[in-house]
Design a protein around this ligand. Structure first.
Ligand code: UDP
Length: 401
């Protein structure tokens, strides 16, 4: 309920949202992405769509389905667009187009507005109903894409009415209006809501993590760009001087076939250390993630490439000191020495971890400041406000011809 956000969002936010909502009341909008569970995009859609509904926008959410080859292809696209060279065969490009065509036939794409998330469904633009306004919402870092893959996607992208990126440097030279919208977290979701201390204890007991020493935590898919092996290396360095535990909590999103491979690498790096806990959680384990983040002493998001990094906003909101890779949206969220620290190596992560463990007062200050920063910039209410503004702008543009 929108009304509940009065308690957490900056003053005046709910009134503003209601006023903006009146301008698009009764309109319909379809969102399309490639997975209903796992990963930040699905997470945000689960929370944002009911708020659109409450404001009178009729929303639907369609999810792509595809063959193994399609998912392998889109994973390769994802890596290539984020700058890791991939070999994409003609069959893979064909599978991408074919799958988009099949999904276009199967899905209901009607509506005045559509928001198409990420590259996987980008080719659905071929099926845009007459007169509809379509937005390509890119959540990943396409600032230095593999040329061939971007050249393949670009002809689809330029046919949209607008593109939205999560950071200014992610945008590309495109002949269409581009917008910057940071992603967000919902303070009332199971993953972010307040928890009683005994509930946190119960959950930690259930997942088998004792609370006898400081807990260092990284929550993320087992993906190379999240650098879980680098986190293990940082922990090893810290462990020489501070007794602590490391928890790596992750699962594999249904659109990520490389997860198992990465997990095996992490397990090998960890060996038989009883103070390292690798938790393979189902995508529905929101309470567990919430409790782990609240129980953690320091939270990492040591990515080497990142779209935005919702886990950072989640950690800031919980008042935790955060150490993150100096990349993508992490740099927008972690202001060094104010809301957290950014690093470029396991050694850097270990350095700040030791410093924080030695200075509990600094941990508390960063935690307080980080929470206020998240309140103003990374909550769902700010996100909704910007999407509503975008719809109003595009609607006006269509009206003015
Ligand atoms: N997450 C989760 N279970 C996991 C790993 C991650 O629920 O095993 C959540 C995490 O808490 C966050 C989202 O998935 O809300 C990941 O978003 P982020 O932007 O950090 O990374 P992405 O996976 O989208 O690259």
């Amino acid at each position: 309920m929108l009304e509940n956000y009065r308690d957490v969002a900056p003053q005046g936010t709910v009134e503003l949202l209601r006023q903006l909502g009146r301008r698009v009341e009764g309109k319909s909008m379809v969102h399309v992405n490639s997975t209903r569970y796992g990963g930040g995009v699905a997470e945000m859609l689960h929370r944002l769509l009911p708020l659109f509904e409450e404001l009178g926008v009729k929303v639907r959410w369609e999810v792509m389905t595809g063959s193994d080859l399609f998912y392998r292809t889109t994973k390769s696209f994802h890596n290539a667009l984020q700058g890791t060279r991939q070999r994409i065969t003609p069959e893979m490009y064909d599978a991408f187009i074919e799958c988009n065509c099949d999904n276009a036939k199967r899905m209901n794409l009607d509506g005045e507005f559509a928001m198409i998330h990420d590259p996987q469904p980008a080719a659905l633009i071929d099926a845009r109903p007459h007169g509809a306004t379509w937005i390509w919402r890119c959540h990943i870092d396409v600032s230095t894409p593999q040329h061939s893959v971007w050249q393949f996607l670009r002809p689809f992208v330029i046919r949209y009415d607008a593109a939205v990126f999560s950071l200014p440097k992610f945008s590309q030279r495109l002949p269409l209006p581009q917008f910057l919208v940071y992603p967000s977290i919902d303070p009332f979701s199971e993953k972010n809501c307040e928890l009683e201390p005994d509930e946190i204890d119960r959950v930690l007991q259930r997942v088998g993590v004792p609370r006898d020493k400081p807990i260092l935590l990284q929550v993320s898919r087992f993906d190379r760009f999240k650098d879980p092996v680098g986190v293990v290396a940082a922990y090893r360095l810290v462990k020489k001087s501070h007794d602590c535990r490391l928890v790596l909590a992750g699962g594999t999103a249904t659109d990520d076939p490389e997860g198992a491979e990465m997990l095996a690498e992490v397990q090998e790096a960890v060996g038989s250390d009883p103070d390292v806990h690798i938790l393979l959680l189902p995508p529905t384990a929101n309470l567990e993630i919430n409790a782990l983040q609240r129980a953690a002493t320091i939270i990492y998001q040591k990515s080497t490439r990142e779209g935005f990094g919702l886990t950072v906003a989640e950690a800031l909101w919980k008042g935790k000191p955060v150490i993150g890779g100096e990349t993508g949206g992490i740099t927008v969220q972690l202001i060094p020495g104010v809301t957290g620290f950014t690093v470029n190596s396991p050694e850097g992560a270990a350095f700040y971890t030791r410093r924080l463990l030695n200075e509990p007062e600094l941990m508390a200050v960063l935690g307080r400041q980080g929470k206020e920063y998240a309140r103003h910039r990374f909550l769902i209410t700010r996100h909704l406000q910007e999407y509503l503004g975008l719809l109003i702008y595009l609607q006006q543009r269509v009206r003015n011809g």
